[in-house]
Design a protein around this ligand. Structure first.
Ligand code: AMP
Length: 217
C-alpha cells in the first residue's frame, strides 16, 4: 500500500510529480489546494469562506482543512493508497492525519520532501500557469505546454493562479518556513522522510521517485 505525502515549499514541484505519480501508480492525487480552488469556483459556502485567505497566501484554518481531507481519504479509491499534495501543512494537521489514518486504516507510509532554493521558487512561481480543469502545471519558460496557453492533458485554457503573485508568494513562503518546515523533523523522527533535490529536472526527479516507490510498494 502506498500512502504518500508530498512535501516541499511552493514551487518545489510537488504538483508536477503528483500528476506523474498518479498516472504511473494509479493512485488518487489529493491536492488540498485544488480542492479549495474547486470550492471557490463552484461558489460553495466553504469556497466563499476560504477565498480571501487563499488569495492572500495565508493558511486555511486547520479544522476546515482536516475535515475535507478526512472526507476525501475515507473514499473507496484511497484503499490501495493515495498521494497527498499540500497536506499536512501544520503540526496539528499532521497529528490529525495520524489519528484519522489509524481510524480509517490509512496510515501514512512515506513522506517525500522536495527542496529547491528560494530564488528558484520565486522564478518558477512567476512563470507558472495551471490548468483550472485538471490541475496540470506548466511554466512559460521551463515547462511550456505543446500549444501556448493550452493544457496538454485536457485542452483547457491555462490560467495564472491568483496567489501566484509576488505579495502572496512571500506570505506563502513565510508560512512554509514557519508552519510547514517543522513537519520535516516530525516525519524524520518517525523514519518516514525521504529527501529529494527539486533542481535535478522533473523527469530525473520522477525516475528517482519511481525507484523509491517501486521498492516500497
Ligand atoms: P497549493 O495549491 O498547495 O499551493 O495551495 C494553495 C493555497 O490553499 C495555500 O496557499 C493555502 O491558502 C491553501 N491550502 C492548501 N492546502 C492547505 C493546508 N493543508 N492547510 C492550510 N491551507 C491550505
Amino acid at each position: 500500500m502506498l500512502n504518500i505525502i508530498l512535501m516541499g515549499p511552493p514551487g518545489a514541484g510537488k504538483g508536477t510529480q503528483a500528476v506523474k505519480l498518479e498516472r504511473a501508480f494509479k493512485l488518487p492525487h489529493i491536492s488540498t489546494g485544488d480542492m479549495f480552488r474547486e470550492e471557490i469556483s463552484s461558489g460553495s459556502e466553504l469556497g466563499n469562506q476560504v477565498k480571501a485567505i487563499i488569495e492572500k497566501g495565508d493558511l486555511v484554518p486547520d479544522e476546515l482543512t482536516v475535515a475535507i481531507v478526512k472526507a476525501r481519504l475515507s473514499k473507496d479509491d484511497c484503499a490501495a493508497g493515495y498521494i497527498l499534495d499540500g497536506f499536512p501543512r501544520t503540526i496539528p494537521q499532521a497529528e490529525a492525519l495520524e489519528k484519522m489514518g489509524e481510524e480509517i486504516g490509512r496510515k501514512v507510509g512515506l513522506v517525500i520532501n522536495i527542496s529547491a532554493p528560494d530564488e528558484e521558487l520565486v522564478r518558477r512561481i512567476g512563470g507558472r500557469r495551471v490548468c483550472p480543469k485538471c490541475g496540470a502545471s506548466y511554466n512559460v519558460v521551463s515547462m511550456k505546454p505543446r500549444k501556448e496557453g493550452i493544457c496538454d492533458r485536457c485542452g483547457s485554457p491555462l490560467i495564472q493562479r491568483k496567489d501566484d503573485n509576488e505579495a502572496s508568494f512571500k506570505v506563502r513562503l513565510a508560512n512554509y518556513y514557519k508552519s510547514t518546515a517543522p513537519l520535516l523533523s516530525f516525519y524524520k523522527g518517525k523514519g518516514l522522510l525521504h529527501d529529494f533535490d527539486g533542481m535535478v529536472g522533473s523527469d530525473k526527479l520522477f525516475e528517482e521517485l519511481r525507484t523509491l516507490l517501486n521498492v516500497s510498494e
